[in-house]
Design a protein around this ligand. Structure first.
Ligand SMILES: C[S@@+](CC[C@H](N)C(=O)[O-])C[C@H]1O[C@@H](n2cnc3c(N)ncnc32)[C@H](O)[C@@H]1O
Length: 285
């Protein structure tokens, strides 16, 4: 059980803290088709896994950590000593060609940029300004733990459909797409250079249903929005979960947001009753 090594938009650290008992206890293989920071993967630390995302830099960082963790650790320690505003913008402007250098740059920028945001311009150039955090290197031994966790994982650049279509009976698929809702953001969420459209959300429902029919257990995390509830109206059990907002404005007004979790399997509700600190999600249907 490890914390993710990335700060990532839509990261699910809160979900593993609040909803750990909602994951199945046993499964054959773990599949995560929208990997991002992989909070659920690192929480479950499964023996066998398929991890994928369409973000090339992100996937490269995972692949390099798996194979070259010592070199990366050393490079980050070196950058820790040299870190400054000038260095940040110099590194941000570079386009290294080697996979390890690309991974080091990606991790350095993720650690030191403003709020761990990932944003690229139309030319695909990372354009987030420097943040206030100065920690470049990770605690000793931490990245080695990450590499160990990734040892038996197959890590790929792939569209979600390709990965979900691989799920078979007994597998567990955790599905955490960009949160698009109908009639919002012109129906698109921009994630790196790609757009996640409402048509993608529809394509996702079909893939999820096919996987569940083949006997895979599926959990989907999505926006608690009428359009999303309708999209999955004939699939699984819907649970509304409360989440303390991380937005400063919401925090000041003590506003809580809700998110939707849809499971193709029944929950072990008794676990919530045994642990009063956990709030049992309320089934919607
Ligand atoms: C909400 S984030 C996942 C966050 C992750 N669960 C975590 O804990 O950090 C969604 C991810 O989907 C990826 N993505 C966007 N479109 C995709 C697609 N068509 N296929 C696969 N991944 C995609 C993005 O690059 C992003 O990393």
């Amino acid at each position: 059980m490890l914390d993710p090594f990335l700060k990532w938009p839509g990261g699910k650290r809160w979900l593993v803290r609040q909803c750990g008992p909602m994951f199945p206890l046993q499964y054959r293989r773990y599949l995560e088709p929208f990997l991002g920071g992989g909070a659920v993967f690192f929480h479950l630390a499964p023996q066998r896994a398929v991890l994928s995302d369409t973000n090339i830099d992100l996937v490269n960082a995972y692949q390099c950590l798996k194979k070259h963790v010592k070199v990366i650790e050393k490079r980050l320690l070196d950058l820790q000593h040299k870190h400054s505003k000038t260095l940040y913008y110099r590194i941000r402007a570079t386009r290294p060609t080697g996979a390890i250098e690309q991974a080091v740059r990606f991790l350095y920028l993720n650690r030191t940029c403003f709020n761990g945001i990932y944003r690229v311009n139309l030319r695909g150039e990372f354009n987030v300004p420097i943040g206030t955090k100065n920690l470049v290197a990770y605690p000793e031994g931490y990245l080695q733990g990450i590499a160990t966790c990734l040892r038996h994982a197959s890590i790929r650049i792939a569209d979600f459909e390709e990965t979900i279509d691989e799920a078979a009976a007994g597998d567990f698929v955790f599905v955490d797409p960009p949160y698009t809702v109908m009639h919002n953001n012109n129906n698109f969420v921009k994630y790196n250079a790609n757009l996640f459209s409402w048509a993608d959300q529809r394509r996702l429902v079909s893939a999820v249903k096919r996987a569940a029919r083949r006997g895979a257990a599926v959990m989907i995390s999505n926006a608690d929005h009428q359009s999303v509830r309708e999209l999955y109206s004939d699939f699984g059990t819907h649970h509304r979960v409360n989440r303390a907002s991380v937005l400063a404005a919401d925090f000041l007004h003590r506003r809580k947001t809700t998110e939707l979790l849809i499971t193709s399997y029944q929950l072990r509700h008794s676990e919530y009753l045994d642990r009063p600190t956990l709030q049992a999600p309320s089934p919607l249907c």
